[in-house]
Design a protein around this ligand. Structure first.
Ligand SMILES: [Zn+2]
Ligand SMILES: [Zn+2]
Length: 389
């Protein structure tokens, strides 16, 4: 089959590799009809995710049709049209039973690597390094899905791939990030980062009752989308002092919740930006937390900080004094996709939201290297790329 394979920093290629096989009686094989490139794929693309190996298949946002099932699979069958959560979960461990599926204890065969770095391992992820399971991803013609009974969700007739594809990650991720803001009536939420997750976070914050959402970015077409499609008030951080602007917009009190939907490759300004870029380049700091620092400082006293942005390792110059003295609450984590998938599917069916609004580019799987290139450099107004094998 054809698959998008990682070969090193900014080097992805479409290779021909062996088709996946059933390895465990609980597996299924999915023939992929649609898959997408995610902002978190760019952290791999840029070489910042450890334990990637040459030839690893990328991609964790994919859907398609079941073409083969293992002998103990009961809930799904050949021919079913399904979406696949990017977090791999067993459905029966301590964490899965608490619906914390991104923390599943049974889906990372390389748990010891993550345990060395983090104490305990999160769940395995598709296409996201050997430390997180070494599973082949879904930017391919076929993928093997473990725990098929728990990890495959059937799609009802009448919905297009583009309407449901983002249930695999970015829609639930934006939604959980908004839920993590602990939104109360009349709350003002500020969101750093207007990539696809940021866009879904804005819509979700309104769905959960926020009175105002203020979105921060520097890319004009992303700010435009946040304003036109998601009804956010927007700030361009290259044009205004975000901290001052937020104070003014909130009567001097600050936003009730602040969200970092940027993560480890934030762009910094001035000396601080130089410090982080230099330290990260020398691998003295794994992540650049510019957005996170601003989020902590801008949040009102007693407010909530929500972090859907991906961090991989260690950060410097955390304003811990601000966080502690202002009494902030922090909520974060990889998304418990399985918990949100069905309710959000119902929102799509009811017509409350059509997630396809974020798609700016559609291309064939073979064109993936070009897709990564324009997405990374935000060329051609690229916000979200969908690949069709
Ligand atoms: Zn993703
Ligand atoms: Zn589990």
């Amino acid at each position: 089959m054809k698959a998008v394979c990682w070969h090193g920093s900014t080097d992805v290629r479409v290779d021909t590799i062996p088709d996946p096989k059933i390895l465990n009686p609980r597996d299924a094989i999915v023939k992929i009809t649609s898959t997408a490139i995610c902002g978190s794929d760019l952290h791999i693309y840029d070489g910042y995710i450890p334990t990637m190996e040459k030839g690893d298949v990328l991609g964790h946002e994919f859907m398609g049709e079941i073409v083969e099932v293992g002998s103990s699979v009961k809930n799904v069958k050949i021919g079913d049209r399904v979406v696949v959560p990017f977090t791999i979960a067993c459905g029966s461990c301590f964490f899965c039973q608490k619906k914390l599926t991104s923390l599943c204890d049974n889906s990372n065969p390389n748990a010891w690597v993550a345990e060395t770095l983090m104490g305990y391992t999160p769940s395995g992820l598709f296409g996201y390094s050997h430390m997180l399971g070494g599973y082949a991803g879904g930017q391919a013609e076929y993928a093997r899905v473990p725990f098929a009974d728990f990890g495959l969700f059937k799609i009802p007739d009448g919905l297009t791939d583009e309407q449901v594809l983002f249930l695999t990650d970015i829609f639930p991720t934006g939604y959980m990030a908004a839920e993590n803001c602990n939104i109360q009536p009349d709350d003002i939420v500020a969101i750093w980062g207007c990539g696809p997750v940021g866009q879904f976070a804005i819509k979700s914050a309104y769905m959960l009752g926020a009175s105002r959402v203020i979105a921060i970015d520097r890319v004009p077409e992303r700010l435009q989308m946040a304003k036109d499609q998601c009804k956010a008030e927007v700030l361009n951080y290259e044009e205004v002092d975000v901290g001052e602007a937020l104070k003014e917009m909130t009567g001097g009190r600050g936003p009730d919740a602040c969200m970092d939907a940027v993560g480890m490759e934030a762009h910094g300004k001035g000396l601080e930006g130089f410090y982080d870029e230099a330290k990260q380049a020398l691998r003295l700091e794994t992540d650049r937390p510019t957005a996170l620092r601003q989020v902590i400082v801008a949040c009102r006293k007693g407010g909530t900080v929500s972090i859907p942005g991906v961090y991989g390792g260690f950060i410097d110059k955390m304003p811990m004094g601000a966080a502690m003295n202002k009494g902030l609450t922090f909520k974060m984590g990889q998304t418990h996709v399985h918990r949100y998938l069905q309710p959000l599917l119902e929102h799509i069916q009811n017509g409350d939201i059509d997630p396809s609004f974020v798609i700016t580019h559609r291309m064939k799987l073979e064109e993936a290297p070009h897709g990564y290139e324009i997405f990374k450099h935000k060329k051609d107004n690229c916000i979200k790329v969908v690949l069709n094998p």
